[in-house]
Design a protein around this ligand. Structure first.
Ligand SMILES: [Zn+2]
Ligand SMILES: [Zn+2]
Length: 130
């Protein structure tokens, strides 16, 4: 089963691999985790949030995110979702379900292999049927 990660598209936009739809910057997109494996995930709890000039290299900005049991399953969630149990990059705190945190938006999601929400759901469905 393929793993997907969700994120927001950063500047420049991109094109959905599934339907070819043009995706705008700021849109919620999905990417195969394998495609971004080399990409480090930057997660911070409220207390560890770095200031703008402390951001690690490659991190463009910080976005609020919500820890959820299963990312990508709740239609109503508009922000970035992070799997509960993920650890704070700084202090190692494990995020609990419905806890707010901050994610470093990295450059990796602006291009490459991305899916819009509809195509992502379709892809997941196919995986489930296999
Ligand atoms: Zn699509
Ligand atoms: Zn922390």
């Amino acid at each position: 089963m393929r793993e997907f990660i969700s994120g927001r598209l950063v500047s420049g936009g991109g094109v959905c691999e599934g339907c070819g739809r043009r995706l705008r910057a700021g849109e919620k997109v999905y990417s195969l985790a394998a495609e971004v494996e080399e990409m480090r995930e930057y997660l911070y709890c409220q207390g560890c949030r770095p200031s703008e000039d402390e951001l690690p290299e490659g991190v463009l900005s910080l976005e609020p995110a919500l820890a959820v049991e299963e990312p990508g399953t709740d239609e109503r969630t508009l922000g970035i979702e992070v799997k509960a149990g993920s650890l704070c990059t700084r202090c190692g705190h494990a995020f609990e379900v419905r806890e707010w945190l901050f994610v470093g938006v990295v450059e990796g999601l602006h291009g490459g292999f991305i899916y819009c929400r509809e195509c992502y759901l379709q892809e997941k469905l196919e995986d489930d049927e296999e």
